[in-house]
Design a protein around this ligand. Structure first.
Ligand SMILES: Nc1nc2c(ncn2[C@@H]2O[C@H](COP(=O)(O)OP(=O)(O)O)[C@@H](O)[C@H]2O)c(=O)[nH]1
Ligand SMILES: [Mg+2]
Length: 294
């Protein structure tokens, strides 16, 4: 299945991803000697800011140049409410018909930090299958959403005119939030003011890159594509270092996954009793740690 996925079989790739999401570690492990070290680009911003439309535009440009592009749409909503996946599907309809594109939505499954527990494994699956650029669409304005910064080689934050609130959020730490800012929907309001506002948050040492875009008309997409490309080429990390740095996150996520599940399922009542009747804390924890690895 892995071999077929790596050689371009899309159905096999979809099955590999399903296995990953079911928590099949063997599958995740068998990808490791097939990684190329693809570039990962995070696209973040409020719902409705135009992330999916922008990714569509960017990906179509890359596909025209002969690249293979993977897209992971992280969906923070609960499976019960159905999520925003439908909207993403519609926005990316043209893209999804391209043989050079592979789009997948990823439930967060309750993980904190903005991404799902198995996102790095899914990146690896796309990487092993030869997708050289991987976009991750994630909802947020920076603060509650730290994962993407540890995983992506470049982060783009999408804002729109007439939305003042998030500038305050950005002020908290502009440089940590994104490498590139997009003022999308420049056709709907005072976009130049918004650009100025964002630029004003820069410091002498580091100015943010701000790009005006009308994603629905494709305006500014080429400029954004080259800004992202510049950013990726500036990175001093080698392919091997990119792979390694993502694997560090993979291990963290898997620990988090098991820990969260453990905490949700355990009978802490009996542990409290054990503690009261003289069981040591370290003893209880070491038994818990043993169970985590199972
Ligand atoms: N007027 C205008 N509408 C846009 C633009 N970009 C996206 N939209 C619309 O905004 C809505 C949300 O876009 P979408 O890409 O789904 O946003 P997401 O939730 O951030 O992924 C859709 O109806 C898009 O057609 C733009 O540049 N101008
Ligand atoms: Mg979307």
């Amino acid at each position: 299945m892995i071999e077929r996925a790596a050689s371009g079989d899309r159905k096999a790739l979809a099955r590999v991803m399903t296995e990953i999401e079911l928590g099949n570690d063997r599958i995740s492990e068998s990808l490791l000697d097939k990684l190329h070290g693809s570039f990962v680009v995070g696209i973040t911003g409020f719902p409705g800011s135009g992330k999916s439309t922008i990714i569509s535009g960017l990906a179509m440009e890359l596909i025209k140049m002969g690249q293979k592009v993977g897209v992971l749409c992280v969906d923070p909503t609960s499976p019960l409410s159905g999520g925003s996946i439908l909207g993403d599907r519609i926005r990316m309809q043209e893209l999804s018909r391209q043989t050079g594109a592979f789009i997948r939505s990823v439930p967060t499954g309750g993980k904190k930090g903005g991404l799902g527990y198995f996102t790095v494994d899914l990146i690896n699956a796309l990487d092993a299958a030869g997708y050289e650029k991987i976009f991750i669409e994630t909802v947020g304005a920076g603060q509650d959403e730290t994962d993407i910064h540890n995983i992506a080689d470049a982060v783009v934050m999408v804002t729109v005119p007439n939305l003042g609130d998030e500038v305050q959020a950005i002020k908290a730490g502009i440089m940590e939030i994104a490498d590139i800012f997009v003022v999308n929907k420049a056709d709907t309001g005072p976009a130049d003011e918004k650009v100025k506002e964002l630029l004003a948050l820069g410091t002498a040492g580091r100015m943010p890159e701000v790009i005006k875009v009308v994603a629905t008309r494709g305006e500014g997409i080429a400029g954004l594509a080259s800004a992202i490309e510049r950013r990726l080429q500036q990175s001093s990390m080698s392919r091997q270092e990119r792979i390694k740095s993502r694997l560090k996150q993979l291990v963290r996520y898997h620990v988090e996954y098991r820990l969260d599940r453990y905490l949700a399922s355990r009978d802490f009542d009996s542990m409290a009793n054990e503690l009261m009747s003289g069981g040591g804390i370290a003893q209880i924890i070491s038994r818990a740690a043993g169970e985590l690895a199972k």
